[in-house]
Design a protein around this ligand. Structure first.
Ligand code: FAD
Ligand code: SF4
Length: 496
């Protein structure tokens, strides 16, 4: 490249999308891409080793693919030991380059959005480009909310299905129903899952190996491990992972969506969230591929609809909730939960078998499926009144797919009910008997989910009644809690 720079394009770690709006009209001869790895961004907020490796490896691969196209990429890596926050480092890099205009897609984190706007205020930056990755823009979500007293995902999801023509038969839903949950969500029972399809793994290549080494060198204090790292880190790998899911697991996705089995990490889940969240995959192509599999007879309607609801429904919905309610959303603590996060969340060392399995897997791999997050770790924190802010910091740190716009509503809203009912119509509170039904963990545990008192009392079952007692008044007006509160009254539990 010779002469002055026309456009400086900033690409953040979760914006690895060659078709994003900042590349519209991109000119290889006059434009420059800027990317940065900043150690401070892995320390605050905390990011575990596997998560950090995922982002940095995917970024390096993306930068390398751009360079192969002849694009000039200015890239600061960990070894540059840049001081300051990510926004400050990017601001410095951009100012050093000059350029007639600075372009960046809106970040997926409220705080980074504001920090970046501030850092770029003395450059030729005119505002954020829209994030075209999602089905539903922020403005469209606001229209959905207009005039509604209460938001419910189900109604939003139906609108999205109609609007985007997904899984429709004329004007109505395919098969006549919007929701096939009644056919989904079985447990494996005593006999267990039996044969499980092998999940496609992507062993670390030379780039990832170098990243792992540098993370150990420059950020040794980060929690967790990257020794087993095997997530897709390029678009080509992500497409292979999508095909692997559609071919081998989609057909049984719905049926076993809520089931757990000790030592089985993925079961019939997609393991695609990380690739989607850094935009190696677009939700449109994922939804279209899954719908095509159904139309070709590769998957039943219930599994297909169940999966599409997660991506077109929940994923878009939580993003809308995040942007509509931040920054105050993070301060929510509707149940006034104040206990500290137990230390075993960072080690997995506990004699509760369900938590040992879910947390151990999380720290080792950076992945746990939805029901492990909601009904094992999340449930424990909810029942034991752990401060939602600390719960949020843990989830944001440990999962490879964790980015604020999706993590915060799931933790603060769905799992901890700290938003007082914006996301979920009632707290997901249950006893250990739920875990006994959905998993085999209890059979290898020193506690008994049926026992409420004494040495063998299951900490979930015991805490469930304490939770209801503690929150009896706060939840009294919630019709969906009426039966649980009636059961509490019948037991005659005294105030705790
Ligand atoms: P599958 O079970 O196969 O589902 C398919 C896809 O649907 C996922 O890849 C994901 O993109 C989407 N999806 C499913 N459920 C949700 C949901 N509740 N919200 C948004 N999208 C959803 N997901 C994240 O991507 N990042 C997070 O940081 C995150 N934190 C969570 C924290 C808690 C407490 C809970 C209860 C859920 C969280 N989720 C998060 C949602 C969900 O658990 C993960 O998306 C899912 O487990 C990822 O694994 P998978 O790709 O195998 O998903
Ligand atoms: Fe978890 Fe309680 Fe079952 Fe033990 S008995 S595995 S603590 S639910």
């Amino acid at each position: 490249m010779s002469g002055s720079i026309r456009r400086v394009v900033i690409v953040l770690g979760d914006q690895l999308d060659r078709s994003s709006s900042v590349f519209d009209g991109f000119e290889v001869t006059r434009d420059v891409v800027v990317m940065a790895e900043v150690a401070a961004a892995s320390r605050q907020p905390l990011s575990a080793k596997a998560r950090t490796v995922f982002f940095l490896s995917a970024m390096r691969h993306f930068a390398s693919a751009l360079r192969d196209e002849g694009v000039r990429v200015e890239y600061t890596d960990l070894s540059a030991a840049e001081t300051g926050s990510l926004a400050e480092v990017l601001g410095r890099m951009v100012r050093g380059l000059g350029g007639e205009e600075v372009r960046v897609v809106e970040p997926g984190c409220w705080h980074l959005r504001h920090a970046l706007a501030e850092a770029l205020s003395r450059t030729a930056f005119y505002g954020f480009d829209e994030d075209r990755h999602f089905f539903c823009s922020r403005e469209r979500f606001d229209r959905h909310c207009a005039g509604r007293k209460q938001l419910r995902m189900e109604f939003f999801y139906r609108e999205m299905r109609r609007e985007h023509g997904v899984l429709m038969a004329g004007k109505g839903p395919e098969g006549g129903e919007w929701n096939y949950d009644a056919e989904n969500r079985a447990s494996f029972g005593r006999e267990g899952p039996g044969f499980l399809p092998r999940v496609m793994r992507f062993p670390a290549d030379a780039v990832t190996v170098a990243v792992v080494r540098e993370v150990e060198q420059f950020l040794p204090e980060l929690p967790g491990s990257a020794a087993e790292f095997d997530f897709p880190v390029t678009r080509a790998e992500a497409l292979v992972a999508l095909e692997d899911f559609v071919t081998n697991r989609l057909a049984d996705f719905g049926r076993w969506q809520d089931a757990m089995w000790v030592g089985e990490e993925v079961l019939y889940h997609a393991r695609l969230s990380a690739a989607m969240n850094v935009k190696l995959l677009s939700p449109r192509e994922v939804v279209a591929r899954v719908e095509r599999a159904y139309r070709e007879g590769l998957a039943p309607l219930a599994a297909t609809e169940g999966f599409i609801r997660q991506v077109l429904g929940w994923r878009e919905y939580v993003r809308g909730v995040y942007w509509r309610h931040m920054p105050g959303y993070l301060e929510g603590n509707a149940l006034e939960a104040k206990a500290p996060l137990p230390a075993f969340f960072w080690t997995g060392e506990t004699d509760m078998a369900c938590l040992r399995d879910a947390i151990g897997q999380t720290l080792r791999t950076g992945y746990a499926h939805h029901i492990q997050r909601l009904m094992v770790t999340g449930l424990y924190a909810l029942l034991h009144g752990v401060n939602p802010r600390e719960v949020h910091e843990w989830y944001l740190a440990v999962y490879v797919d964790a980015v604020e716009w999706v993590e915060i509503p799931n933790v603060i809203g769905m799992s901890q009910y700290a938003d007082g009912g914006v996301m979920a119509s009632k707290p997901y509170a249950a006893t250990g008997k739920y875990l006994k039904r959905m998993s085999n963990a209890c059979s290898g545990c020193r506690y008994d989910p049926e026992v409420e008192e004494g040495e063998r009392a299951c900490p979930f079952t015991r805490a469930y009644w304490e939770f209801l007692e503690r929150n009896r008044e706060r939840l009294a007006g919630n019709q969906r809690m009426a039966m649980q509160l009636r059961n509490l009254a019948r037991r005659g539990v005294k105030g705790s």
